[in-house]
Design a protein around this ligand. Sequence first.
Ligand code: SF4
Length: 302
Amino acid sequence: MGKYYLNLDHDIDLKKTMDIEIPALEWIPFNDRFQTVWYINGKPVHITMKQIAPRKLYFCYNDKYVDDEYIHKRVRNLFPFYLDQVNTGSLKIIQELASYYRNVAYMKSMDPFRSLILTILSQNKTGEATRRAFFNLAKNVEISPLKLSEIDENYLRNLIREAGPYKAKFIIKISEILKDKFDGNLSNILLLPTHEALEILTSLPGVGHKTAACVLVYAALKKDILPVDTHLRRVTYRIGLYNTDIPFSKVKKKVIINHLLSIIPDAGYAHLYFVLLGREFCHSRKPLCNNCPINNLCKKRI
Ligand code: SF4
């Protein structure tokens, strides 16, 4: 059994960090731990993570013969920064959110292809269903374009059943395209300027703007793009971030994206504030305004 202690230079709220970020969904919770499966030199390695102090995480893995340094490096890169280190710009309300969520770490996906598959599995599914489907897949198959381009479709449908078996055909097709046209390597696409990478990603079957944006903000740490989900739409509207009298249902996604990109320097990372706030306080039906950390600053356009 291999072991590693990760000492952090910042307190971490692991529960909130592991709640909704795409790279977190590859980890499945059990008791006070999280577990995932990484493939190293073609071998599945089960990794377990546990918080043992505000700034200390414990990792163990089931194979003492794997390259320790590879695992340690990957673990050290999991949490590149925290939400109070995001460049929020000058808006007080965004700064308040950065302060409130200061101990939430922003996660980096070390493997863009896994990130893409995770995001596809998460489409229209809960985090729990996504985690179970991905874990089931990762336990049984190496998640790479080469392996998934050759997998039997019915087998894949079964493995990802909880997250929507119909997604199997997209995953196989995407894997074939990446293998045939991009040397099976998604990383090269992510090195391109954001608009070019976005164009290629959204040309893949089953990949829309939000899915592509998730891959770009988590696997490439791009900050000039943002994934727009229902929480972000609702929260940014209620807060009053747009100077518009248009009713909520008529606000276009493009307007939201362009406006947030123009007022928040690290908009790509800041999207997490709105998603977290939407899940914790700014619920669709009964927002918890009295407990909300930005109650005094919010325009409450409900
Ligand atoms: S104060 Fe109310 S409406 Fe405004 S963000 Fe908080 S929960 Fe939502």
